[in-house]
Design a protein around this ligand. Structure first.
Ligand SMILES: Cc1cc2nc3c(=O)[nH]c(=O)nc-3n(C[C@H](O)[C@H](O)[C@H](O)COP(=O)(O)OP(=O)(O)OC[C@H]3O[C@@H](n4cnc5c(N)ncnc54)[C@H](O)[C@@H]3O)c2cc1C
Length: 496
């Protein structure tokens, strides 16, 4: 039976969109490059994950200097969310308007926060978010409470929360898609960067895809790697893919591209033809541009006389400097706990000897600063010689440095006197976004505010690539809210 809608990719965008379309009765075919992640001993083995890159894909990308690297970009039903930290957080209301930062102005969104609010609530219900929205002064207005109470702080984190409060700061529960009891039954580790193979983490496969596949009109085809889109007369007419060593071409009246920010842009560029020599949907020359990935640093507060007894740790955040705090009251960003960094993780990430790393990890608290990466056309994905080239140009690093400095001071005051910071490297584009940005003006954007490609009548994009700004919050809930909004739009479009 031929599908009404083809969705390419079963990650946060694609699986959430499928869950929204399923009740409409439309025949939805999801093409997913990867196979389902199976449980194995390595799933809870920090050496396998952090030292040996056991789950990294068999793929190389090329960086701006021409160096080849193995990216931490994961291909399975559920996409990168199989490994994510499950922080499911709304953009702040001001993030939708143009914002002045220390190093420039962000463009703003083509619509206001209020336009997405109800879809945020739906996404929080779908991903069963735990949290306490009233604890954070930057929390935007909401029409529904969070569905579950927060994941409990462990004693070391309770003490840290109190020490921050004593400084007049406002630590708040992280909104999390984690059922902590179930997660810990699978092993005593954090969930951040560990794959979800034993349950307990609410990811795109376990929540959205599972919901979509309850409907007989939704079909998932795994091991289906899309290689090219075919187009004619403002329509995508075919989707070329490889499946079980065979080349196939499939078609449907509506095509939704949800392969993740880097791959979706690369696919459009790789689909160049004589009518679109610069790539499909690229009359604006914006496909692949404005790549953003957040400025992230690990900030570790060490005290040889104190022990961190936590197992998962990732339960609090600080937004005291989110909106102001930089020069002239400019935004600095979000601070949140990292998942518990243990000795094997620290040794693998830092190169320190194992025993020393173990001592430091057990006598420190581990946090992350996250600042907005501003969109720049020169920061981009390029498809060249059959390969992905990722030329990420960081921006707004002065604000990021200041945010890390603020956290350093707060950690010292909280009783963790020696503080180390380390920027996250470029090998893991974990918060990748922006490469097919949404906008009202077809000259400056790839998709319109309904996520339809300006250049095509039947091509939609619903993944991190459409985000016009990265804000300074984890992206998944916003991608999911946009996908639910698109699901409602397509259901209406088909009914009409
Ligand atoms: C270690 C880690 C921690 C993170 N922590 C958080 C967090 O705490 N909170 C948060 O909000 N975000 C977090 N993220 C980011 C989050 O996972 C992504 O923002 C989110 O998954 C992006 O959704 P997406 O739909 O754009 O892409 P993805 O979810 O990655 O989905 C893309 C899908 O397309 C498939 N695909 C790719 N190419 C093809 C092809 N050619 N043919 C067919 N299918 C294809 C992929 O296999 C995948 O299933 C984290 C990411 C990582 C790696």
């Amino acid at each position: 039976m031929s599908p009404d809608i083809i969705i390419i990719g079963a990650g946060i965008g694609g699986a959430t969109l499928a869950s929204a379309l399923a009740p409409s009765g439309a025949r939805v075919l999801i093409l997913e490059r990867g196979e389902a992640l199976k449980d194995c001993p390595e799933a809870r083995d920090p050496e396998a994950i952090f030292r040996h890159g056991y789950f990294r894909p068999d793929e190389m990308w090329v960086d701006a200097a021409g160096g080849r690297f193995n990216p931490g970009n994961y291909y399975h039903p559920g996409g990168n969310s199989k490994f994510y930290g499950a922080v499911l957080m709304r953009y702040r209301e001001v993030d939708f308007a143009p914002l002045r930062h220390m190093e420039g102005l962000t463009p703003g969104w083509p619509f206001a926060y209020q336009n997405l609010e109800r879809y945020y609530s739906m996404a929080e219900a779908l991903y069963q978010v735990r949290g306490a929205a009233d604890q954070d002064p930057t929390e935007p207005p909401r029409s529904a409470p969070l569905p579950f109470p927060p994941v409990p702080d462990e004693p070391t984190i309770t003490a840290l929360r109190r020490a921050f409060q004593a400084q007049g700061l406002h630590p708040a529960a992280l909104p999390l898609g984690v059922d902590i009891g179930t997660w810990l039954q699978g092993g005593a580790t954090t969930w951040d960067a560990f794959p979800n193979t034993r349950g307990g983490k609410m990811d795109a496969e376990t929540c959205a895809l599972a919901e979509a596949l309850k409907y007989p009109n939704v079909t998932l085809m795994t091991g289906a790697r899309v290689t090219r889109l075919l187009a004619a007369n403002r329509k995508v007419t075919g989707v070329e893919l490889t499946h079980q060593a065979q080349r196939l071409t499939l078609s449907a009246p509506l095509i939704c591209l949800c392969a993740g920010a880097v791959v979706s842009a690369a696919l459009l560029l790789a689909s160049a033809d004589s009518a679109s020599p610069a790539g499909l949907a690229n009359s604006s020359d914006q496909v692949g541009r404005n790549f953003m990935n957040h400025n992230l640093s690990a900030v570790i507060g060490f005290n040889p006389l104190r022990r961190n007894t936590s197992v998962y740790a990732k339960t609090i955040q600080l937004n005291d400097w989110y909106l102001t705090g930089g020069q002239g009251g400019t935004p600095l960003g979000n601070i949140q706990m990292l998942g518990r960094v243990t000795g094997p993780i620290l040794a693998a990430e830092s190169g320190l000897p194992r025993r020393l790393a173990g001592f430091i990890a057990d006598h420190s608290v581990h946090m992350m600063t996250m600042s907005e990466d501003l969109p720049k056309p020169e920061s981009r994905v390029i498809w060249r010689g059959g390969q992905i080239h990722l030329q990420w140009e960081r921006s707004n690093m002065a604000a990021h440095g200041l945010l890390s400095q603020r956290l350093k001071t707060a950690l010292r005051r909280a009783g963790w006197p020696i503080v180390f910071t380390k920027e996250f490297g470029k090998r893991t584009p974990s918060h990748q976004c922006g490469t097919c940005r949404m906008g009202a003006d077809p000259r400056g954007s790839v998709v319109d505010p309904d996520l339809k490609a300006h250049d095509f009548d039947n091509l939609y994009i619903a993944d991190a690539s459409v985000l016009p700004t990265s804000a300074a919050v984890n992206p998944s809930l916003t991608i999911a809210a946009l996908a639910l909004r698109l699901g409602a739009h397509l259901t209406e479009r088909r009914a009409a």
